[in-house]
Design a protein around this ligand. Structure first.
Ligand code: ADP
Ligand code: ZN
Length: 335
């Protein structure tokens, strides 16, 4: 699909009064769709901007791409008062944020999320980093963007598969905090045409992002409340890794929510309405994962503390609990 015109409110002078230059970091897909349009808009504000583009996809989220970015910043002569702009999904945001966190011991950056997942989740909260062969997101830093410029217009070109990744996080947020949004998302699932659905969904993007913003403002370093955002992710991450990333993040989070939704059947229902996979799909062909493998991966989870792990268990829509669970009891949830 051709890119529609997306106009950003780009008031960089209040965030970076001394800036003369910015590096616009993006991936090959987003560049093709929006690169020229956004560069033009930024230049019109009187800022010099240079583009750094890397190949689209999670496979680019490496130390090598990170090195290209920081070396790119140096080649452009970015100083500590200049900044970087991440135009793209979670991969672009994580890489750019990490490069900004470390270049000259930290320069500012702005997030311009273009995927639903990035709009409602990954661009918020300052988690940045890269994958290494030993594991996803194993190297990184907390580095908050100075500003997040959200514009749901980018969703016009986003493929349905990518929409679903974000949708799973929106359902998660609704289950955690917002029964009204849950009801609206449920209602929306029955809307026929995908285009119409997208239009309606856009209305909830801002609200969903605000929930995440509120939680990370209250608990930046994930000592307490922010852990709630892991709903569906303890099992979800393990299933994602066990499937060798054949399943999408949203699909895995959906399955992870199904595993802990025993008290709240509405969660399974909404996931059915949107066509997310079932728990059984994980154990059946073609994936044929074993419960033992999933449990082993959770045992290696970086969020585990000692012999227990904090599971997020829904009690009703809009209310979930942190449950300290002995590692030995986890298998019971898969039974
Ligand atoms: P995520 O945001 O889900 O973490 P990525 O950053 O890998 O994931 O983005 C997912 C895919 O969607 C990538 O191939 C990316 O190039 C593409 N993409 C990002 N934004 C858009 C958009 N607005 N329209 C079309 N494709 C997009
Ligand atoms: Zn997630």
């Amino acid at each position: 699909m051709d890119a529609m015109n997306v106009t950003l409110e780009f008031d960089w002078k209040s965030d970076f009064p001394k800036a003369r230059k910015a590096a616009l970091v993006t991936d090959s897909n987003v560049d093709r769709l929006y690169g020229d349009m956004i560069v033009r808009q930024i230049e019109d504000t009187g800022l010099q901007v240079e583009r750094i583009v890397f190949p689209a996809g999670e496979k680019s989220k490496t130390l090598e791409t990170y090195a290209e970015l920081v070396r790119g910043f140096a080649a452009l002569g970015l100083t500590r008062t200049d900044f970087a702009i991440a135009l793209g999904g979670g991969v672009v945001g994580d890489l750019t944020g990490f490069a900004a966190a470390t270049y000259m011991r930290g320069i500012g950056f702005v997030q311009v999320p273009t995927t639903l997942l990035a709009m409602v989740d990954s661009s918020i909260g300052g988690k940045t980093g890269v994958d290494i062969p030993e594991g996803k997101n194993l190297v990184g830093a907390f580095h908050l963007p100075k500003r997040i410029i959200r514009n749901a217009g980018f969703l016009e070109t986003l493929p349905e598969k990518e929409m679903k990744n974000g949708l799973a996080e929106m359902i998660k947020t609704a289950v955690l905090f917002d029964a009204e949004m849950f009801a609206a998302l449920r209602e929306l699932s029955t809307k026929g045409a995908q285009g119409e659905r997208k239009e309606e969904l856009k209305k909830w993007v801002e609200r969903c992002a605000q929930w995440k913003q509120k939680i990370v403002d209250e608990d930046f370093k994930e000592g307490g409340k922010r852990k709630l955002l892991n709903l569906g992710h303890t099992f979800g991450h393990a299933i994602e890794a066990a499937s060798n990333f054949q399943l999408g993040h949203g699909e895995c989070v959906a399955i992870g929510m199904r595993i802990v939704d025993r008290d709240v059947p509405e969660i399974g229902e909404i996931l059915d309405l949107y066509g997310f996979p079932q728990i059984e799909d994980v154990f059946a062909p073609p994936l044929c994962l074993s419960a033992a493998k999933i449990l082993e991966l959770i045992a290696n989870d970086k969020k585990r503390s000692g012999e227990t792990i904090t599971l997020i268990v829904p009690r009703k829509v809009g209310e979930c609990e942190l449950v300290e669970t002995p590692m030995n009891d986890l298998g019971g949830w898969l039974a």
